[in-house]
Design a protein around this ligand. Sequence first.
Ligand SMILES: NC(=O)c1ccc[n+]([C@@H]2O[C@H](COP(=O)([O-])OP(=O)(O)OC[C@H]3O[C@@H](n4cnc5c(N)ncnc54)[C@H](OP(=O)(O)O)[C@@H]3O)[C@@H](O)[C@H]2O)c1
Length: 266
Amino acid sequence: MSPLDAHPANRVALVTGGCSGIGKAIAERLAARGHSLVLVSERPDALEAVASEIRARHRVAVHTVAKDLARPEAAAELHAAVAGRGLAVDILVNNAGFFFFGETVDADPGRAAAMLQLHVVTPSLLCTLFGRDMRARGRGHILIVASISAWRDLPGINYYGSSKKYLRGFARALRCELAVHGVNVTCLAPGATATALYSATAVPVERARRLGVMMDADAVAEAGLAAMFAGQAEHIPGRLTRAMLAPQWAIDLLRRRGPWLRRDES
Ligand SMILES: NC(=O)c1ccc[n+]([C@@H]2O[C@H](COP(=O)([O-])OP(=O)(O)OC[C@H]3O[C@@H](n4cnc5c(N)ncnc54)[C@H](OP(=O)(O)O)[C@@H]3O)[C@@H](O)[C@H]2O)c1
């Protein structure tokens, strides 16, 4: 049991994107450890359904905040909403995200801006606002869900990959700043994971999962929380995922020589 768990007042975990995929699996595990939850995502019905499930299974308090986190005001509004309920967040999981394929110059500007807002601006500001509270209390954990794509330059998913690179760098610097105040920051970098992230694409998620090319969200969540509670800086879950990280030259060659590669699925 970590020192954080041992502290009775130190129990509330906020998970963005907590009603689906990796976020939901993380929320389940935190509830199983006894943490109260604040789940945040866009769809109120889905949120409420997941919250009821978790309350019934783990007998913890589960608060929900339905919010589009791809809006400039989202972080400040969320911080105020949580404070308004008298909750002190000691575990912040920045997880909400979405995905699209396509060349950079073909991207829909609105969709691209929403991705930068959701993956870059909102999580950064949530770290500022909730991290400031944690620093004042001298304890806390921040888990930032980036992606293995942060390790490479990836043509075809440039907005996604570059936003995750930002998160990785942001997490590393924030970790140095907050460590001296007793607050841990961990960056979780999953590889391909079988979730609804790909629901708007042609990726055969279920087949990939059966073949072992995609991990289960549960395994990713388990590994991410273990890394966070152990105070690790970064973690890429799955030995196969780490082994499959192609060298940059191979990615560049494939892009130049692979005219069969799908250019746009949007
Ligand atoms: N699956 C993978 O292969 C993979 C690999 C590496 C990293 N990741 C990262 O893992 C994180 C979780 O993704 P996932 O795979 O679990 O996908 P997912 O099942 O689609 O979950 C994404 C979550 O983000 C929420 N979300 C999306 N847009 C939002 C918005 N504008 N405002 C508020 N919430 C929003 C969704 O809520 P609603 O359903 O209510 O919209 C959902 O709960 C993402 O950051 C993703 O980039 C995933």
